[in-house]
Design a protein around this ligand. Structure first.
Ligand SMILES: [Zn+2]
Length: 81
């Protein structure tokens, strides 16, 4: 079992796989992820701060998608901050 901290509501919860999102926030997570993906398609050279400002998602959250390995930057250069 892993002890995880939800990146949306900061709730501490346990799960069998390592994850950054609790069950309650799964929908928010998917919505934000879709937004980021769409944004990067249009502006492939954005960094986490620009995405954060454009979409109203914290830079911390954007970076977490990278850490989770969900966000793949195919084109351009993705600067962490
Ligand atoms: Zn949560």
């Amino acid at each position: 079992m892993y002890t995880n901290v939800c990146k949306h509501c900061y709730k501490v919860f346990k799960s069998r796989i390592r994850t950054f999102t609790c069950k309650n926030c799964r929908q928010i997570d998917d919505d934000h992820f879709d937004d980021i993906e769409a944004y990067l398609k249009e502006y492939p050279n954005s960094n986490a701060l620009q995405i954060s400002e454009a979409l109203g998602i914290t830079a911390y959250e954007v970076l977490n998608y990278l850490k989770e390995g969900r966000l793949h930057i195919s084109k351009g250069k993705f600067e962490q901050l």
